[in-house]
Design a binder for this molecule. Structure first.
Ligand code: NAI
Length: 480
């Protein structure tokens, strides 16, 4: 029986391995992690991450051919194929700080693989890594190998949180990069055989190592660029009276462009886009390509601008001050159908409003108060380290309360900011919310989920990103 071990039981390692176990009953899959809490959660009824459809997949295979364990060394030493899906944070110190990928966790995983291995192994990069990481990993493994043969493959993951199971069941493509040697090609074939259990072979793309590594960074850069492009347009729409939804619909009808990822919003978030673009920028700079670096940097700058613009809209609409005012925040996760808050735009929007001394009452259907407090207190990039290395008890932010429903959050509030597109925010009883708020009552829709006209009929002053402005907002400056 082929044995697979995955190091890192996170948002990628957990769901990916669960689906491999489900689709390949002839393969034994072990997912290992240094975080005891995370592994205990994977072995319980309360999985550590929220992902539609994940519970059922895990329930079907756990204990049969899917195992979660903290015994990293045992499972690595027994495996034929070792996936590495550990964190690859942005460096906060030293050379490349604020941009380059921190490969500390990757390197320690590679050293451990070399230490405990007694048989030949295929080592698969699942984490998103800078181009040429495989070369470094190969060096670490071969210099410590005691004669064991390691083949390195790059197999970046393209799943999106919120639709991870769907994406894994039916991927647009699976990408496998390897060395162009007979050994490298044999390793590619072995991994291809795993995916071929359920993925049509014409969707399994095989390339050289560097193309595979770079394709993942490029894909995320292109996706984020689409969001920044439409967000840049949204600012122009507000200034001119155009409607960004109409513009993106018209633009997206062009088959060369397509309709996906063209929704204007308060900004993109998630653990990957910013990190991977910063990484790409750093690689461009290191390769003497400052123009290319600046081009991609702008995608992040527009994203930051969009968040700042949103905060400024809120403050300037409310008589230029939110000091002491209660503001309800609906949604904190970086998108709907996930509890993930890494790099969520809600963090910067909340910090911006807190900077103007607002009192925030936050509700998200999937995010705990503890997580929100942690996010608001944490330093930039600290979130992307294993939980046991994060600050233990960051001081909680006093002007923030976290509640468990939208009506409590909005009661007596002056304004409501919608920061995640959860479906339930579309069908709230906005009349009831209006009646219980201070007047004038404001709604700032950062995801264009509400029917602005209906809300205006109720009496709200409404700001929708990229839409013709409410008369109230017309003379208020949106940019500091
Ligand atoms: P995560 O933070 O959820 O999981 C990483 C896990 O690795 C943590 O549980 C941590 O404790 C563990 N870990 C770190 N060092 C370890 C070691 N030496 N031994 C054992 N376990 C160790 O991260 P996530 O989101 O799963 O991302 C992993 C990689 O996949 C990153 O490179 C990310 O860029 C990439 N990726 C993430 C996607 C996403 O949607 N989250 C999508 C595609 C790629």
């Amino acid at each position: 029986m082929v044995k697979i071990c995955c190091i890192g039981a996170g948002y990628v390692g957990g769901p990916t391995m669960a689906v491999i176990a489900l689709k390949c009953p002839d393969i034994e899959v072990a997912v290992v992690d240094i975080s005891v809490g995370r592994i205990n959660a994977w072995n319980s009824d309360q999985l550590p991450i929220y992902e539609p459809g994940l519970d059922e997949v895990v329930k079907q295979c756990r204990g049969k051919n899917l195992f979660f364990s903290t015994d990293v060394e045992k499972h690595v030493s027994e495996a034929d194929i070792v996936f590495v899906s550990v964190n690859t944070p942005t460096k906060t110190q030293g050379l490349g700080a604020g941009k380059a990928a921190d490969l500390t966790y990757w390197e320690s995983a590679a050293r451990m693989i070399a230490d405990v291995s007694k048989s030949d192994k295929i080592v698969v990069e699942k984490s998103t890594v800078p181009v040429k990481t495989a070369e470094a990993i190969e060096k670490i493994l071969t210099h410590n190998s005691k004669g064991i043969n390691f083949q390195i493959l790059s197999n970046p993951e393209f799943l999106a949180e919120g639709t991870a199971i769907q994406d894994l069941f039916n991927p647009d493509r699976v990408l496998i990069g390897g060395r162009e040697t007979p050994g490298g090609q044999k390793a590619i074939q072995a991994l291809r055989d795993v995916y071929a259990h359920w993925v049509p072979v014409d969707r399994i793309i095989c390339t050289n190592l560097w193309s595979a590594e770079l394709s993942k960074l490029a894909a995320n850069a292109f996706l984020a660029q689409r969001i920044s492009s439409v967000n840049a347009m949204s600012a122009l729409c507000e200034a001119t009276g155009a409607d960004v939804t109409e513009v993106s619909h018209a633009v997206g009808k062009d088959t060369r462009i397509g309709p996906k990822f063209l929704n204007a919003s308060v900004g993109f978030g998630g653990s990957c886009f910013q990190k991977d673009i910063l990484n790409l920028v750093y690689i461009c700079e290191c390769n003497g390509l400052p123009e290319v670096a600046n081009y991609w940097k702008q995608v992040i700058k527009v994203n930051d601008y969009q968040k700042t613009r949103f905060v400024n809209r809120v403050v300037s609409s409310m008589f230029n001050t939110v000091s002491g005012k209660k503001i309800a925040i609906l949604g904190f996760a970086f998108k709907k159908d996930t509890g993930d808050t890494r790099e969520t735009p809600a963090i910067d929007v909340c910090k911006g409003l807190l900077g103007d001394k607002a009192h925030l009452s936050i509700y998200d259907p999937q995010v705990s108060g503890e997580q929100i407090q942690r996010d608001l207190a944490m330093k930039k990039f600290d979130w992307d380290h294993p939980i046991h290395l994060q600050p233990l008890s960051p001081t909680s932010v006093k002007q923030v309360s976290v509640v468990w429903d939208a009506y409590t959050a909005t009661k007596d509030a002056h304004g409501v900011c919608i920061l995640t597109e959860w479906d339930e925010f579309k069908s709230l009883d906005y009349k009831k919310i209006y009646d219980n708020m201070q007047k004038p009552a404001f709604v700032f829709d950062g995801r264009n989920v509400v029917d602005a006209e209906k809300l205006r009929e109720i009496g709200f002053i409404v700001y929708s990103i990229g839409k013709p402005l409410d008369a109230w907002l017309k003379d208020m400056p949106a940019v500091a």
